[in-house]
Design a protein around this ligand. Sequence first.
Ligand code: ANZ
Ligand code: ZN
Length: 868
Amino acid sequence: MHEQYQPREIEAAAQSFWDNQKSFEVSEDLGKETFYCLSMFPYPSGKLHMGHVRNYTIGDVISRYQRMLGKNVLQPMGWDAFGMPAENAAMKNKVAPAKWTYENIAYMKKQLCSLGLAVDWSREVTTCKPDYYRWEQWLFTRLFEKGVIYRKNGTVNWDPVDQTVLANEQVIDGRGWRSGALIEKREIPMYYFKITAYADELLESLDDLDGWPEQVKTMQRNWIGKSRGMEVQFPYDQASIGQAGALKVFTTRPDTLMGATYVAVAAEHPLATLAAQGNPELQAFIAECKGGSVAEADMATQVKKGMPTPLFVEHPLTGEKLPVWVANYVLMHYGDGAVMAVPAHDERDFEFAIQYNLPVKAVVRTSAGDETPAPWQAAYNEHGTLINSGEFDGLDFQAAFDAIANALAAKNLGQSRTQFRLRDWGISRQRYWGCPIPIVHCDACGDVPVPEDQLPVVLPEDVVPDGAGSPLARMPEFYECSCPKCGAPAKRETDTMDTFVESSWYYARYASPHFEGGLVERKAADHWLPVDQYIGGIEHAILHLLYARFFHKLMRDEGLVSSNEPFKNLLTQGMVIAETYFRTLDNGGKDYFNPDDVEIERDAKAKIIGATLKSDGLPVEIGGTQKMSKSLNNGVDPQYMIEQYGADTCRLFMMFASPPDASLEWSDAGVEGAHRFLKRVWRLAHVHVGKGLSGALDIASLSDDQKVIRRAIHQAIKQASQDVGQHHKFNTAVAQVMTVMNVLEKAPQATEQDRALLQEGLETVALILAPITPHISHELWNQLGHADPIIDAAWPTLDESALVQDTLQLVIQVNGKLRGQIEMPASASREDVEAVARVNESVLRFTEGLTIRKVIVVPGKLVNIVAS
Ligand code: ANZ
Ligand code: ZN
């Protein structure tokens, strides 16, 4: 065994051992419990960042730990390889997205391998390869035939200069990112997944996901957004509208009906169109509303704007005439595209009413008891008792809801309705680097799905997009085809799918990644699924997880899998954060400096109190810790860390610095500390192994001092097993190992028995560390004389008897004051303890001249002698 800890050699040797042995390739083994551990697969952006390293280390530690529990562990890896960055890089560097992507994958795979992940690489999937997306297209055609996928017009961001559709993130302040042109909304045909048909199930089965963080479930619930409400009809005022009919609105607050002071419709609403006839001003306003981006964030923050119309509707209960407004805050695609506005109790209506001087009528008493809280500062949107509502006065929310519902039903002007916020999922993208939508458009037959034997529709890989729309739409060799049904000349769809589609089912493909007969092989899928532990960033809490859950149910209903949910347990790892330093530029912007280039001044408590730039010695501002990112220039390159210290140090630092779900603050000192600790472990093992291997431990004849050492070892096993097994707290498990190391370093090594005890201690250290620092553990295990590799070893077992303490320290008090200590056998009775305490030297001294009235014994803790 080498005297120095040499991570480079050790890690290379361990990794090639695992490769040669195919240690992590697994197959269905009916005799063993399975454990499917999955980390969210990366987008091949170029190189790994610390967030990846953290994510994959956590997954790897869990995988390796589960394997030590005797389970058949599957941990696969792959590439979420379609998407816009490849197109952007292609335009910048004039290289095909395919080439760029495959090169990135090769590089990042090397990086991942250098981390020593226990991944079954034989199952690697790459979503931009035809052998993967073929099955996506296959599923698409089946769902299309079933009606779960359908075509309708959807609204997109249209760049009139570049003549192309832009994604929401390509619209900056309402303008195209390249052209700077004002973006228009455009209606184009798109394909939709009918996710709303599963809204109820997606909501309800969240209750079964006990292994998911509450926070994520809440976010999903809010996104699905089920609200119980009513559809209320406001009859047209025939004099102004000129026809019979009624305006339908959706409301979750029918209890506030008597407080409605106007109604508002979306720009696209038929009443808006009607009112705009011969009214150029309104026409212009409607056109303005229709323009602008469709990004939801923009919608939420935009200023409320509106215009009155000459139209009126009648209040369904009072018959009062209410004016019809066109307002930009009313969405056409939600509810009925119209609202009954109750400014007193709805924030948006309130803001609008104040701006346009519309009446505000309070109909709910505030919790402070106010009836007419004038002047109004804000809407009161809580539930409460009705006021100013005639016959409904005095009713609480539920009673008012029911009473008003009945009153409306009696007039045939309202009915209960459940509404979801969730919309159907539009997956058409007018982009090149994505999975082609397997549809052929035929003049005679319409939309014809590509038959199974003609799949996959292969995306040509040698194309360099130029940013002016999808190149596929300009490639007759791609889109010219014949109709699969009638054989007539036809045109292939040139849109590709949202890349969220690929990541919605990859976890299932891993079960049988090379299966040629379908998307998954049923037997393999049933064997591995659902995923036992899924790990990834909180940024995927809503869309990715919702789509994957949706796909799982689609696949279930196609008979491909039998479970209801894809991910049993979910761990959302925290961010990796680091200090930021900057100077403010003349234009108000910030120029960030890399922490490596900054000299830091700390106070006695190590708090940062000043910072200067190394290059010019002048001060920089301290921005606090923030998520590592390019834009803040506070990233640390994992590659550099691994080269400098080895993968084990990186892994140990990451696992020790904080529990997986909390944010992890980068610290060079912490990395150094982790490295020093591994050196200490190595040094102790080196000395021990150098003296030759020890004999077996004779537990029956341990001395008291040896028992103390052995207790420390087993205490660590007990704690670490709880920390890791029950709470994924690897940080405290590492702390346990550190405690044992302190004991072992001081332990005598004189006798055979001493050495056998140290052997047990070092083996325990190697085993507890094995999931976290697998390379050094692999080597230590060999050096400690084991022929079988540590990856096949079991997690250490606790010897309860080692925890038993033979003797206990008891505190002695006289009249409640601490007067001394005694050591007693753990088995001593109360009487024994009392007898020994009575004759204790200091007890005798402090009770001299007094009479002992009472002796209180608290077993294992103290003896209190009451004397007077
Ligand atoms: C009257 C009212 C009074 C409302 C009140 C709220 C508070 P959720 O819960 O998200 O489903 N609404 C309905 N359709 C809309 C549309 N197309 N665009 C914008 N807003 C719309 O929201 C339901 C509420 O959102 C409805 O209840 C309606 O305003 C508004 F004190 O009706 B409410
Ligand atoms: Zn045809």
